[in-house]
Ligand binder design. Sequence first.
Ligand code: B12
Ligand code: SF4
Length: 495
Amino acid sequence: MNVLFLSMPDFLPFIFKKSLMVPNLGITSVASNLSDGHNVYVGDLCTQRENVAGAVRDAVEKSKPQLIGLSSMTFQYTTARKIARLIKSIDKDIILVLGGYHATLVSPEIKSDEDPTLFDYAGEDGRLFDFVVRGEGEATFRELIDALDGGGKDFDSILGMSYRTNGEWHHNGRRPLLDVKDIKPPDRSRRIWKKYGYFHVNLDVVETSRGCTFTCNFCSIHHMYGTSFRTYDLSRVMEDLEECKRQGRKMVVGFVDDNITLNPKRLYELCETIIKEGHKDMLYWAQVSSKGISSIPELAKIMKEAGLMMAFLGIENASKRNLERLNKGDILEYSKQAIKYLHDANVLVAGGMIVGNPDDTYEDVKENFEFFKDQQVDCFLDQVLTPYPKTGIREDLMKAGLVTNRYDFSRYNGFWTNVKTKHLSQDELAFLRWKLHREHFVLAEPSPLYRDLMGIGYYFRLLKIMKKKAHVWWNTERKVFEQEMLMYAKENEYL
Ligand code: B12
Ligand code: SF4
């Protein structure tokens, strides 16, 4: 059978279309775990943002698929639906399968009154798609392709799948989590477009574990993995790194684990193995927790030695009240310690910040930006609290009447403001966050570490800062804000 996978082009609107193209590991992994004998093609539409419709047509023409699998997060589903319509207009007989986070959230196991607004099985969504794969896709999708290929229609026994027959949808039971030993490593040679990267740097992604045992109430991963943590053998991780390296050119590898620091001793061992196996010639980034990094003082050092250049640290908030509300626990002191350890080891810190919590005032939001600046966080990843579907925080915010955009999920990416606080309207919050970001990050002096590590890049950044600053010489801040938002609003319109 000819099978094509496509991941969506939508990204964070403030990132230039051509600057950051991250491969989607989900579809590469599912594609690599099919039975032998199929022609499998993997296309990441983030590499084709300039002409998405043309790229889809081209991929369909060249690969002649009988079946196409689309991968989508919630904020990308509007685009996924448009691509599904386009595919059906090219050839109505192509079988369409939806998988990934959005598909997982529309599982019957986690029913909610809002379901038809996410995926309307009885409406157009239900007619466009033929199958929905919920949860981990490797085994479910393999069984589906085998069933279709064998000509059989015995879909009942395929766990984790919803399917349509004679216009009616059936939802099979949930599939238990896979034993990760059964998941074959991703085979990147199936990718049809290869220009991934961050500007001129080549970029790829690798996973060393799945899941997280923490219970932050703004996070969607629990519907995928519960509160479990499964790790791959280090030999499998090394094999995967080897494959990244074989693609040539200097490579930056992102570890996509939810929380690679959950077992700090294992992470230490992973770094030792990277060094021993000669893979420290690649550069790495990873998502880390404050507790994990601060638990072993030497951890950051060995991570740097193994090649880690940037850590995405989940600081989230400077207020203990807000950390409690996010079910994050009292991590403030751990965060300070983790930033210190990472900086001492010369690792850049990209700090996650969530503003727009229910009790936030102007001062509370400002306090967060000041905290990040005081701690010399190198890159601010400030987001507005987003009521992602079926999260605990969505329920809380709905009850409190603080969700201002309930159903336009295309705006659920942390950049757009979909809530208000008890003290700030949606518009005030959006403007405040934009203004403070400019004042404390864009217009601030970069941290000394950033300056050193960026080398010549630092001067490019200075130019960008000056250009941004210049805008407000002939315009009011409010005007510049409105112009920027109008520009960003068009960013994820591809078809
Ligand atoms: C790494 C990562 C990133 C990276 C790389 C993204 C990328 N291109 O892949 C970066 C940092 C860039 C990123 C950014 C964002 N991310 Co992110 N990210 C993740 C993370 C931690 C891991 C994703 C991953 O690679 N997992 C490993 C692979 C193997 O698993 P997978 O992708 O889930 O795929 C499996 C299944 O979903 C399924 N599947 C997936 N696609 C398909 C398709 C078919 C046809 C089938 C059958 C099955 C299938 O099978 C796969 C194998 O089992 C997840 C959390 C998580 N655990 O998944 C969040 C997550 C996906 N991100 C999320 C969000 C919100 C974002 C952002 C919008 C916002 C933000 N504030 O960061 C941006 C959006 C940018 C973008 N377009 O990617 C949310 C999505 C929530 C939702 N309801 O949609 C998640 C779940 C995190 C969370 N805390 O809730 N992200
Ligand atoms: S630590 Fe990260 S991955 Fe784990 S629950 Fe919290 S936000 Fe999700």
